[in-house]
Design a protein around this ligand. Sequence first.
Ligand code: APR
Ligand code: ZN
Ligand code: ZN
Length: 361
Amino acid sequence: MSQQVQGVIAPGKNEPVRIETIVIPDPGPGEAVVKIQACGVCHTDLHYKQGGINDEFPFLLGHEAAGVVESVGEGVTDVAPGDFVVLNWRAVCGQCRACLRGRPWYCFDTHNAKQKMTLLDGTELSPALGIGAFAEKTLVAAGQCTKVDPEVSPAVAGLLGCGVMAGIGAAINTGQVGRGDSVAVIGCGGVGDAAIAGARLAGAAKIIAVDIDDRKLETAKTMGATHTVNSRSTDPIEAIRSLTDGNGADVVIEAVGRPETYQQAFYARDLAGTVVLVGVPTPEMQLELPLIDVFGRGGSLKSSWYGDCLPSRDFPMLIDLHQQGRIDLGAFVTETIGLGDVEQAFARMHDGDVLRSVVVF
Ligand code: APR
Ligand code: ZN
Ligand code: ZN
């Protein structure tokens, strides 16, 4: 048996997205069907539509989602029908070399559903990041479902599935921000703001927000920035150093993904400090740095994949802290929209008007 639901697909390179009927197979071994309650609109969905990820059109878009498990296949024991879950794209395998070394947040062989969702004519769909949640229901690997406190709003919970987790994790997991640290965040979109909120949660004493847009700097203050720098008018390296007794910040988080902002991060950090790259560059970008500076400044230069998160550890913890009022995940939801509004949400995202538009069902 299978069932039919409505979902948003990207039919071909740069073609507008549209709502189509999606055929969802019953869950096979290790799989689950999830009734989606909310799904955020992320840059990666736009990149799929633009053909920037791969050419496996048509895509079923959407991947920052929360919902309720409807049914599970054979052998699934971690989740059951009725569970409220956040979907993740890091269902750890337990067997790859990262998992075997006790570093499952780097898992190199994460799971997705084996069966394919299709259009009515049988065309196979490629779900965005193995999720595909701009749809009333979706089929995933059971390990992609992370149970969290059902009292939280689905629009808020779903955000942990991607960008907000990437930002918070860049600060608390990859950057290991600690009490009293000075932190600078370059680029204050959804990811950078989440890094600021994560740095505050971790007890950073000074949090310097850097952006080229004053509107973004205003929002960054509400997320926990103690100082702001507009790098269009002020040299951010000088500004960050002068705000840290001339030394530079202990941790600098780059949330843009460009060589020039990476260089700023590199030189704005204290000796032996940490740079975290969470912004995603494009393949043609090149970085040039004097090797003597890479050596002489010491410390660590790290990348953060999905905030180096372990969903089973981090999602329930962050939801609990949100429920206690210790981090405001709700501040990332700029607007809630319908399934038919995804194309407009892409335009608003492109114009920098929103942190997150969230489709609610
Ligand atoms: N210097 C400083 N800030 C910049 C610069 C620059 N040269 N260029 C852009 N910005 C700012 C923008 O003004 C914006 O506030 O960076 C921010 C980027 O935010 P978004 O476009 O909303 O992107 P976001 O969702 O936060 O993702 C940031 O992380 O996960 C990756 O693919 C994602 O590379 C992207 C990055
Ligand atoms: Zn693994
Ligand atoms: Zn995303």
